[in-house]
Design a protein around this ligand. Structure first.
Ligand code: NAD
Length: 556
């Protein structure tokens, strides 16, 4: 009977797998939101629905909503008088409860066929693509200060792609099998990790939160997801969509918490099997250190995946197409107020082209509108995420004002009266080693270093050596020999390298993302290898013939 049930279950799952394989997974199209389009009308309605509203967000532990007394608020970055979410922090005790609840669900979830698990993510992607698209976009725009296009490429397109492509890769992986011979059959079983995975997400991409928690869950893991304080509204919507798509209770525990409290609690559990982190270097280093200090207590070696910051460069050669270099710099440095880990924040321009580049940069800079992206769709960018970010970026502008080697060419004004607004700022540095060219700012600040055009080889070395990061970089050049030379010299300077294109805008399955050095463990979310981090394969050999003797023929 048990066997029959198993066969039935497998054949049912098998049918659905055929269904998925037939529907080929493609990148989600980016909608245009033109005047009169249905997507624009739906988005405007969703934005209207959020006006003045404060959503109450619980912790979800053990399949139940838990409202603790430690209440916090998420503010809209461009209108900080609007509390977009009221949420509460889980304390150490509740986090430990979440760990136990997750562990209680692990075995059954891990034994579910991958086809079943994949279906949940295909369904969530369909909801995001259709009926829930406007809601997730509006929540990302109002909560995280994104414009229409920035919300669309993140909370719709990228998140949908993460869910669909990861599911597709997981299904393909299962079919990646070992060699069997007539006397024995070998198989690879892709198990989840034994224990729980802690997913810690940043504020700047709704999609990243969904992927950090979702990818391990897809692979049979149970997860504690700690969203960022400043992305709570959109992240909770993602969580609800996963639940509505059939994610059983207890597979992902939704636990807003103080960062260090969460980090301290998960790293001190003997059951920690992995950390899936995206955020800043100091936070990731702290977590890594805690894991190493607690190494003796773990039942398995925790997998540590961390995608961190960047100090991304654009290298412009004298053979470059100036318009591409200028427009690429504007988009990469200033879209989403430079709050992308891939944002260009240092530009190296040859002296021969600089007058032309500078004039065009300043001309285009003058056209940039910074504003309220929900009320005014013509705003190109908006406020930075919160007061802390505002003060930090203001500190960098002050540094530029006070340093003799730095000149502010455009922007530089900051105003936090209604929202956390920082003007897109262009700075020229005469000193290639100033800290403004090596440290991450994570704001709308672009620094240019002008080099003698015949010294470009030295400049390539300089780019490679200036910063501890190695996330993204771009070169603008038409000379094919220079393209090849720069590609070779900058081989380790970034994990995503662009030729005649800007350093931002990686697309799932087209440009899987991540960098090395201080930028992280480079596990390339969005690519086929990523899910391998969240499985601990078991190999099973089954022999079909009896073993009749123990000695070997040559011994006789
Ligand atoms: P952050 O490090 O401040 O926070 C990230 C997350 O870690 C948040 O959820 C935060 O609450 C949590 N946290 C803080 N202290 C913690 C602790 N001690 N233990 C456990 N969790 C803790 O980063 P952020 O400001 O949210 O994000 C910006 C950073 O993320 C930038 O450096 C950016 O470059 C990086 N980033 C990188 C990528 C990438 O793919 N490489 C993508 C997005 C963002």
């Amino acid at each position: 009977m048990l066997q029959l049930r198993r066969v039935l279950r497998l054949s049912w799952a098998g049918q659905r797998w055929h269904h998925c394989a037939a529907a080929e997974v493609k990148n989600e199209p980016i909608l245009e939101f033109k005047h009169g389009s249905p997507e624009r009308a739906a988005l405007q309605k969703a934005l209207q629905d959020l006006k003045g509203k404060t959503e109450e967000i619980p912790c979800v532990v053990g399949g139940e909503e838990v409202w603790t007394k430690d209440v916090r608020y998420q503010l809209s970055p461009f209108n900080h008088s609007h509390k977009v979410a009221k949420y509460c922090y889980a304390d150490k005790e509740l986090l430990n409860k979440a760990i136990n609840a997750a562990l209680s669900a692990r075995k059954e979830w891990d034994l579910r066929p991958v086809e079943d698990r994949a279906q949940i993510f295909f369904k969530a992607a369909d909801l995001l693509s259709g009926p829930r698209r406007a809601e997730i976009l509006a929540k990302t725009m109002i909560g995280q200060g994104k414009t229409v296009i920035q919300a669309e490429i993140d909370a719709a397109a990228e998140l949908i792609d993460f869910f669909r492509f990861n599911a597709k890769y997981a299904l393909q992986l299962q079919h990646e099998q070992l060699i069997s011979v007539p006397i024995s059959t070998n198989s690879m079983v892709y198990r989840g990790l034994e224990g729980f995975v802690a997913a810690v997400s940043p504020f700047n991409f709704t999609a990243i939160g969904g992927n950090l928690a979702g990818a391990p869950a897809l692979m049979g893991n149970v997860v504690l997801w700690k969203p960022s304080d400043t992305a709570m509204l959109s992240n909770y919507a993602v969580y609800k969509i996963l639940q509505e798509s059939g994610l059983p209770p207890n597979i992902i525990q939704f636990v807003p918490a103080d960062g260090p409290v969460f980090g301290d609690t998960v790293t001190s559990s003997e059951h920690l099997s992995g950390i899936n982190f995206t955020g800043s270097v100091p936070t990731f280093k702290r977590l890594w250190k805690q894991v190493s200090e607690n190494l003796e207590r773990y039942r398995t070696f925790p997998r540590l995946a961390g995608e961190c910051g960047g100090k991304n460069f654009h290298f412009v050669h004298k053979s470059a197409d100036v318009e591409s270099a200028v427009n690429g710099a504007i988009r990469s440095a200033f879209e989403y107020s430079g709050q992308k880990c891939s944002a260009c924040s240092r530009l190296y321009a040859p002296d021969s082209l600089w007058p032309q580049i500078k004039a065009r940069l300043l001309e285009e800079h003058g056209k940039i509108k910074v504003g309220n992206p929900a009320d005014d769709f013509s705003a190109f960018t908006s406020a930075v995420i919160d007061e802390k970010a505002f003060r930090r970026i203001q500190g960098w502008i002050k540094h530029a004002q006070e340093s003799p080697s730095l000149t502010i060419l455009a922007g530089g004004k900051c105003d936090n009266s209604a929202g956390y607004f920082v003007e897109p700022t262009i700075i020229e540095s005469k000193d290639p080693k100033d800290k403004i060219l090596s440290e991450e700012i994570f704001g709308p600040v672009l620094t240019v270093y002008v080099y003698p055009e015949n010294k470009y080889k030295e400049v390539l070395q300089l780019i490679d050596n200036t910063s501890p990061y190695a996330l993204t970089g771009a070169e603008f050049a038409q000379d094919k020999n220079v393209v090849a030379e720069a590609t070779a010299v900058l081989r380790n300077a970034c994990g995503n390298f662009y030729i005649n294109d800007k350093s931002t805008g990686a697309v799932v399955a087209q440009q899987p993302f991540g960098g090395s050095r201080a930028s992280g463990t480079n596990d390339k979310p969005g690519g086929p290898h990523y899910i391998l981090r969240w499985t601990s394969p078991q190999v099973i050999k089954e022999t079909h013939v009896p073993l009749n003797e123990w000695s070997y023929p040559y011994m006789q």
